[in-house]
Design a protein around this ligand. Structure first.
Ligand code: PBG
Length: 334
């Protein structure tokens, strides 16, 4: 027995009892890490299912207020609003995007009137409002123009902040829009309106169900967004995007999609050390739901594992269509 070799280190020792595993767990998920994207529409008493996202609905503003209260009760810090705009209000110039009486401003006001402590984040991009479904304005050749689009995004941002939005979140990927929005907010005295930049947003196929939800898929036709969203093969370029957006005045940056892009989340966090969010997008939601609805995966366990993985990768918070369910599961387990 004396010449027997024993392991000097037994990593299994600290896995042997629940209290030890709890004690040395490096990362935890809490409701405060989760942000719920919500699809909104006109009407009253409406919760309209999104076919490609089972469990997700487009809701009228009276329902939104209920959701907002549930979100706050579950410990979520904020919601992000995504509007379904009626065809009659879509146009080539996307003018409905900065209508002070539009759906998004009214939604912001409704939440702030009823659940003022809940953060309200708005999406800044023109795709719900353009008749062609692109995030920006087109020139004669059908190309999405940069600088004219940035002017429109500035108007949209000012409109959202005037209505009470706490954070505007440009998801359009135009160049220079963070600087333009920041300057305009400062000039209007909106010094505490925060900007969450979709800094590293890829031209991903995983946004398909979202485009159904906001009704831009049909308008977009087969056209993609590859002339402005990032190429999926690029990693270093994401760091360049983040550096520019931070220099232009972004307060927080986002990586999107989420789980397949955790390498980018980690690189951004390591390089810049700034608040870094990630978006578990509609296609990721649909994949998980498809498997859990078939009973192939356990929904709670699979979803909470994926969300924790974002935190381990360096994300400070995650946008997820599971946010409300996950927050409730976490509350139940606490
Ligand atoms: C649009 C926008 C998109 C998403 C958020 N904002 C779609 C797109 O770029 O086509 C995708 C979100 C998701 O898939 O869940 N500006």
């Amino acid at each position: 027995m004396t010449d027997r070799h024993y392991p000097a280190t037994r990593l299994r020792r600290l896995r042997s009892q629940p209290f030890l595993r709890d004690l040395v767990r490096e990362h935890r998920l809490s409701p405060a890490d989760l942000i719920l994207p919500v699809f909104i529409r006109e009407g009253q008493g409406i919760r309209e299912p999104v076919a490609s996202m089972p469990g997700v609905v487009r809701q009228s503003l009276d329902q939104l207020v209920i959701t907002a209260r549930e979100a706050a009760d579950a410990g979520l810090p904020a919601l992000v609003l995504f509007p379904l705009i009626e065809a009659a209000h879509k146009s080539e110039d996307a003018a409905a995007a900065w209508d002070p009486d539009g759906l998004v401003p009214r939604a912001i006001q409704a939440i702030k009137a009823e659940v003022p402590q809940l953060g309200v984040i708005t999406d800044v991009a023109l795709d719900p409002y353009t008749s062609h479904g692109q995030d920006g304005l087109l020139d004669d050749t059908g190309y999405v123009t940069n600088d004219a689009t940035v002017e429109a995004l500035v108007r949209q941002s000012l409109c959202h902040v005037a209505a009470g939005a706490d954070v505007v979140s440009p998801s359009d990927m135009m160049d220079g829009r963070i600087a333009a929005i920041r300057q305009a907010l400062e000039a209007e005295g909106r010094v505490n309106a925060a900007i969450l930049s979709y800094a590293a947003k890829y031209a991903s196929d995983l946004y398909g169900p979202f485009r159904d939800a906001v009704g831009s898929a049909g308008n977009l036709g087969g056209g993609g967004k590859h002339t402005y969203q990032m190429d999926i093969g690029n990693g270093d370029e994401a760091l360049h995007e983040v550096a520019l957006d931070l220099a232009e005045g972004a307060d927080m940056v986002m990586v999107k999609p989420g789980l397949p892009y955790l390498d980018i989340v980690r690189r951004v966090k390591d390089r810049f050390g700034v608040p870094t969010l990630a978006y578990q997008v509609s296609g990721e939601y649909a994949m998980l739901k498809a498997a859990t609805d078939h009973g192939w995966l356990d929904e709670r366990k699979a979803v909470l594992e994926c969300l924790l993985a974002f935190k381990r990768a360096g994300a400070d918070a995650v946008l997820s269509y599971f946010a409300l369910d996950a927050a409730r599961w976490l509350q139940e387990a606490a």
